[in-house]
Design a protein around this ligand. Structure first.
Ligand code: GTR
Length: 324
């Protein structure tokens, strides 16, 4: 019995690998697979942190939704059960009001516009808004632009969307966004989308190239229309409880390493986006690139009216629109 226990302890110590030497290993969640840019970036952050703290602080990334789907892992991060989390801003909409503005359809004119906003004072303001919700906002990552894909037909215009059923991330804004286009939205966890399309519970979903590819959704939804309705930044947050448990020096190391992981993420993203697009095209997915976005943009009026009501959000939207 004793021998078995020792053997299993040894086995788990070996499994922990280099994290074993660390005083504190921060557990970080990600829904994506191990080779996805967001996972690689948090791992790179962990390497920087381990080196800069002389091995005091490490990060272990639990990728592929090992710790659960985004909505649940966000709650666990608020409670301090999970130390860090890399998530889209979308699932935060019902928790951190300020995240709603960057989840509005067509709020950003391009990825470059999104970078200019999030890298500046508006980005800092939104990061700070996480604190009252037991979270510390550390850095923004890229999520490309999201477009509709489905199992039924090529979507050439809003007319083709009428009555179709699309999965959206768990946020009311996206439900209303799809509704404003005349389609029906079903909020559901990311991990259920593949089988949802396969079994016909939904006709499709919407996402960026790397997610469309890595999730395998393209296998069951071979029509992709580049209407690019959303450019939602992603965010790396830390549990306030875990953050407060660190010394001020270590807190600074965490903040800095998170910031330093951003260019690594952007490079990995650009590479992966091109690879994913190629893979999806090679698989024979029918891609509609020529689409008039103006009717889509015009249809979003009611969504802005419903969500941009407080002075705080109005000011954020105006300042985002005024950013180059
Ligand atoms: C991805 C994003 C994930 C998750 C997913 C989804 O693009 O990186 O964090 O939000 O979309 O649609 O659930």
């Amino acid at each position: 019995m004793k021998l078995t226990l020792t053997a299993s302890l040894l086995a788990s110590a070996a499994f922990a690998g280099s994290a074993m030497a660390c005083e504190t290993t921060l557990r970080s969640s990600d829904t994506h697979p191990g080779d996805y840019p967001t996972v690689l970036a948090v791992e790179a952050m962990g390497d920087m942190l381990e080196e800069r703290s002389d091995g005091r602080l490490c990060i272990e990334v639990f990728h592929s939704a090992q710790l659960g789907e985004e909505k649940d892992t966000i709650e666990q991060t608020q409670f301090g059960v999970i130390d860090m989390n890399r998530v889209s801003m979308g699932p935060f909409n019902n928790i951190v009001e300020e995240t709603q503005v960057v989840s509005l359809p067509y709020i950003f004119r391009s990825v470059e516009h999104m970078h200019n906003v999030m890298d500046g004072p508006i980005g800092d303001e939104i990061l700070a808004a996480f604190e009252p919700h037991d979270l510390v906002g550390l850095a923004y990552y890229d999520g490309g632009s999201r477009s509709f894909y489905n199992s039924e037909k090529p979507i050439q215009s809003i007319d083709d969307l009428q009555g179709m059923k699309f999965r959206v991330m768990q946020s009311d804004i996206f439900v209303d966004m799809v509704g404003a286009l005349g389609a029906n939205a079903t909020p559901m966890p990311y991990g259920e989308v593949y089988s949802g399309i396969q079994t016909g519970v939904i006709d499709g979903a919407e996402n960026n190239w790397p997610s469309f590819e890595s999730s395998g959704h393209f296998e069951v939804a071979p029509y992709y229309t580049l209407d690019q309705h959303l450019i939602v930044p992603e965010v790396l947050v830390m549990s306030k409880a875990s953050f407060d448990a660190l010394s001020p020096e270590d807190q600074e190391l965490v903040r800095q390493a998170a910031k330093d992981s951003v260019p690594i993420m952007r490079e990995a993203w650009a590479e992966r986006e091109a690879q994913s697009e190629q893979q999806v095209r090679d698989a024979g997915v029918e891609i509609v690139t020529e689409i008039d976005k103006q009717p889509f943009i015009d249809a979003m009026g009611p969504v802005y009216e419903k969500y941009v009501t407080s002075d705080k959000l109005k000011s954020l939207v105006e300042r985002i629109q005024a950013t180059e």
